[in-house]
Write a protein that binds this ligand. Structure first.
Ligand SMILES: C[S@@+](CC[C@H](N)C(=O)[O-])C[C@H]1O[C@@H](n2cnc3c(N)ncnc32)[C@H](O)[C@@H]1O
Ligand SMILES: [Mg+2]
Length: 264
């Protein structure tokens, strides 16, 4: 009787594994909306309920298990492996991450801003390329994500280069000069909620935080998409803008980064 029950459970688990790990992801791959709905909502809720943990907590565990303390590259690889083979997460990812690396290295910023930290994946990617005296401020309004991000950043040994501030971009950007002593940003990475991109770039302009030559790099401009932001930077004579075609993190769905230089 017990053996029969256990084999039923085992069979059920195997079917669930094949469905969630292979069949459904393959079936939704053609549709950007369904891909995001599946990975970013349905599967996350299922796994949260089954494991009694959150996705950021599971990602942090993968870092602690697989990455070497003080080695940012091993932290990045551990997260990419986890997200490619176990569970998708909304990090910029390895493919677009390579473009991000090139732009950061090219700009070589002294002061950088990241909008949207999540678990600290892109923060680690950016911070590892910066010289010791450079300051990277990263903003995250979800305190639970910020707790995980601090541990990921510390595991990579980059805590002295990063200032993680918990709060909403709309409240914090106007405080950057007075409260955080920032004169201007050389580089801004936009990767928070997509309806904030345009509002926050205008806020950065109004607050005098952009200088001639400041480079803005915006993620997910195609998927989920930021049409108003793209229209603004592509048609505004104060910006010189270029699209880098790529894919939505850890999938084959088209997405890309928009690099925009503020011309003053
Ligand atoms: C796509 S994730 C960031 C991923 C991260 N940049 C990476 O590549 O590893 C977006 C994050 O922005 C945060 N967020 C969204 N809107 C925000 C806002 N207005 N201010 C601060 N954080 C925000 C969300 O809580 C979420 O953690
Ligand atoms: Mg993104």
């Amino acid at each position: 009787m017990w053996l029969y029950f256990l084999s039923l459970c085992g069979g059920g688990a195997a079917i669930l594994y094949v469905l969630c790990g292979w069949l459904i992801p393959a079936a939704v791959e053609g549709s950007p909306r369904l891909t995001l709905l599946w990975h970013d909502f349905i599967l996350e809720q299922i796994l949260n309920a089954l494991t009694w943990s959150t996705r950021p907590q599971r990602l942090l565990k993968a870092v602690q298990k697989k990455a070497t303390r003080g080695d940012p590259q091993s932290v990045i690889s551990a997260i990419d492996n986890f997200c490619r083979h176990k569970e998708w997460a909304m990090n910029v990812g390895d493919e677009k991450g390579a473009i991000l690396d090139c732009v950061v290295s090219e700009v070589n910023p002294s002061t950088a801003l990241e909008l949207g930290t999540y678990c600290g994946y892109s923060t680690v990617r950016i911070a590892r390329l910066l010289p010791p005296e450079t300051r990277l401020i990263t903003l995250e309004f979800n305190p639970d994500y910020a707790v995980v991000a601090r541990q990921v950043i510390a595991w990579a040994g980059l805590q002295d280069k990063v200032e993680l501030v918990v709060g909403a971009s709309g409240d914090l950007i106007p405080q950057m000069k007075q409260q955080f002593g920032v004169k201007e940003f050389d580089f801004v990475f936009l990767d928070h909620w997509k309806d904030r991109y345009l509002l926050d770039i205008k806020l950065l302009e109004e607050c005098g935080l952009l200088r001639r030559g400041t480079v803005l790099l915006a993620d997910n401009v195609i998927c989920p998409g930021t049409p108003e932001y793209l229209e603004y930077v592509r048609t505004n004579p104060r910006y010189e803008s270029r699209y880098f075609k790529s894919h939505l993190e850890y999938t084959k769905v088209e997405d890309g980064l928009e690099k925009s230089i503020f011309l003053g």
